[in-house]
Design a protein around this ligand. Sequence first.
Ligand code: ADP
Ligand code: MG
Length: 391
Amino acid sequence: SLQQSAPAFELQEDPEFWNDHNVQVLVRVRPVSASEVSGQGFSRCVRQDGPHTITWLGQPQTRFSFDHVAGESITQEDLFRVAGTPMVENCMRGYNSCMFAYGQTGSGKTHTMLGDIDDLAIRPSLQRGMTPRVFEYLFARIQQEENLREQEQLRFVCKCSFLEIYNEHITDLLDPTSINLQIREDVKTGVYVENLKEVEVKSVHDVVQLLTQGASNRKVAATNMNRESSRSHSVFACTVESKWQANSLTNIRFGRLNLVDLAGSERQKSSGAEGDRLKEAANINKSLSTLGLVIMTLVDIANGKQRHVPYRDSKLTFLLQDSLGGNSKTTVIATISPSNGNALETMSTLKFAQRAKLIKNSAHINEDSSGDVSALRREIQQLKEEINHLK
Ligand code: ADP
Ligand code: MG
């Protein structure tokens, strides 16, 4: 049958997962749905050719290669092992890390980033996605490291926040009375959302509670305001701070993890949209189209051109500024549908993913040793750079 006709390639673990660009791009093909297979004239619009390559079967046939291509049979566990574990390890070492899912509505973004989190505390589902698995692994590794480095009194503290960007407005999903939050920038701490609730988490159970609470707040907001959740972006963020003693100094490292489920990338149909709906469509396009523009600009910069990057033109790009072309190790998961009915959107996602592959980030460990001059040195350096920038 058609279901069986897709060849299966294993995802290959890559010890050098992070190239010197610090950006990894993975394409995930969702399985064909029952209604698609039973539909008239069904065929596939893509064919996987190997662990890194995929061919779009429209006119003209086009071959793409990525860091990984995850075919229809790749499980949530496979995907976490390959893309999730290196991200958690890096974050624990003090690197900012970001993973975002990009693709049309129905292509598997939420399945990939969140998956099935119902009853997770009671009976972990095989379909649980990246986010719950990240925290299972993170807490297990924290325990391991703290035990291993007891002498240095190593301690980790993790704090989470969960927000939604809809129509260029930021809502706190952990406190839905907080609407229209503002993004601020601080020389030392970078970009942050003012008044966003941050909750310390100590177990997977704590995280699942936040995820469930956020998801339900998101649903309520969508229903009350008669809006489609496929049009909002969500960002689940976690800061992982580690402290330890060495030579009577306290060392601190600080990694930030952003897990982003983007709005559907499909073109908004302008027909039928009026008033608020039209404005809404334009604004939603604004965050996603600015993301596309930022990426194109970064590709120019990677090619040696001098360009201004329009991060501040949308909430999404302002917030994710570090993750795009900045101090972060970033993973893009582009999700696609294999069905011919979605061929054009699939092509558009593959092109987006191909551009994202060309971005160069410059990740470094965020650290601080109190009682030592390195923090001051860094601050002086930063101020010097700013002065140079003003010249
Ligand atoms: P999106 O968030 O991109 O709109 P969803 O994640 O909600 O899409 O996926 C749409 C449907 O397809 C859901 O029913 C989801 O469970 C299913 N699905 C998506 N990807 C996969 C996959 N890799 N394996 C099994 N089911 C999937
Ligand atoms: Mg979704």
